[in-house]
Design a protein around this ligand. Structure first.
Ligand code: PHE
Length: 343
């Protein structure tokens, strides 16, 4: 037993004086101390020959020696790996670096940026708001009281414990939040993600993106609304584009309209994109309802405003020839890569 301990002490000295400065010396160390025919294994064999009552004590000695050898080996490994990395870098500094794959803008972002930049030129500033919203900012303040049938057009996702909290169905909540601030005039554009409880198909999804706009000041009229949107359409779809307004209904605007653009694929001749009508529906709009202004503390006798809202996916699908709305959120790198050169 004493002999064994002495031996271990000798080996320990030897181990502590060992220094490895490259990978092959590290390997040499491993084979010598930890290999199948190495010192640790041979000490274990010796231990087996000892009488039973000494085995426990000997085992402790061998184990702590083994731990020391393993620790040293890990140190050598880390050190020599660093050295060899540094050496290979020194070897040829002109080698090209690892390739970093370049991404591309998502088509939804491309379209959003285009829309936003056109309105910015007209003096609209961008604001955003929460996607998780309360009932008041998404519905109530917009003249959509509880149980109002028009809520059916925009069913959303509720949280069971508190139905007053929901995922916003439009970015009109930002319009309300901006009006509540009480700083007039307002000329804002509100891009963002919205949610609807709809069956997912090639044409509709349970979430999509919108850009809404709002202009509130004294003497704002429907003529301002038309001219603003007309400018937008010319910039977005080209000088030849024509527009038409169809009367419509939204609880938060009065009067309300849907705006169509002459089909920018066929120029109005009739094709599969415009379903042979020559027109493509682009957005909803109207004059802000007086109730909505008062709900936000704005005097409707003094101020008027217009608002509009459009989806982003639909014009993006038309512009880039995308057949299925689900592609936008599938994160398929092949799909995304195809927009590398798009603007
Ligand atoms: N908030 C409406 C929607 O999401 C769009 C809209 C905005 C219509 C402003 C009129 C005025 O359907």
């Amino acid at each position: 037993m004493d002999e064994l301990i002495k031996k271990i002490e000798e080996y320990q000295k030897e181990l502590l004086s060992f220094d490895a400065s490259d990978a092959s010396q590290t390997e040499e160390f491993r084979i010598k101390f930890l290999g199948t025919k190495g010192i640790v294994k041979s000490l274990m064999a010796e231990m087996k020959a000892l009488p039973a009552e000494q085995k426990k004590e000997a085992g402790k000695w061998i184990n702590s020696f083994k731990e020391l050898a393993e620790q040293k080996y890990q140190e050598f490994k880390a050190k020599t790996q660093q050295i060899s990395a540094a050496q290979s870098a020194e070897a040829d500094l002109t080698l090209p670096g690892d390739e970093i794959p370049l991404g591309a803008r998502h088509p939804v972002s491309l379209m959003r940026n285009r829309i936003v930049s056109i309105f910015r030129r007209l003096g609209f500033s961008v604001a955003d708001g929460p996607e998780i919203e309360d009932d008041w900012h998404n519905f109530g303040a917009l003249n959509l009281p509880e149980h109002h049938p028009a809520r059916d057009m925009q069913d959303t996702f509720y949280i069971q414990q508190d139905p007053a909290v929901l995922l916003r169905t439009h970015t009109s909540n930002v319009q309300i939040r901006e009006m509540e601030k009480g700083k007039l005039p307002i000329r804002g554009i509100y891009p963002g993600r919205v949610y609807r409880n709809e069956t997912i198909s090639a044409r509709s999804h349970c979430f999509f993106h919108q850009v809404e706009g709002l202009y509130v000041d004294e003497n704002v009229s429907f003529a301002d609304l038309k001219q603003t949107l007309y400018f937008f359409v010319k910039e977005m779809f080209g000088k030849e584009a024509r527009v038409r307004f169809r009367p419509s209904y939204f609880p938060f605007t009065e009067p309300s309209a849907e705006m169509d653009v002459s089909c920018f694929i066929c120029g109005g001749e009739g094709c599969s994109v415009c379903k042979k009508t020559g027109w493509v529906e682009i957005l909803g709009c109207g004059m802000v309802h007086p109730n909505v202004l008062s709900n936000c503390g704005i005097n409707p006798e003094k101020y008027t405003g217009f608002a509009f809202g459009m989806g982003i996916e639909r014009p993006a699908m038309l512009k880039y020839g995308i057949q299925d709305i689900r592609l936008f959120s599938e994160n398929d790198i092949r799909f995304l890569k195809s927009f590398c050169s798009a603007v």
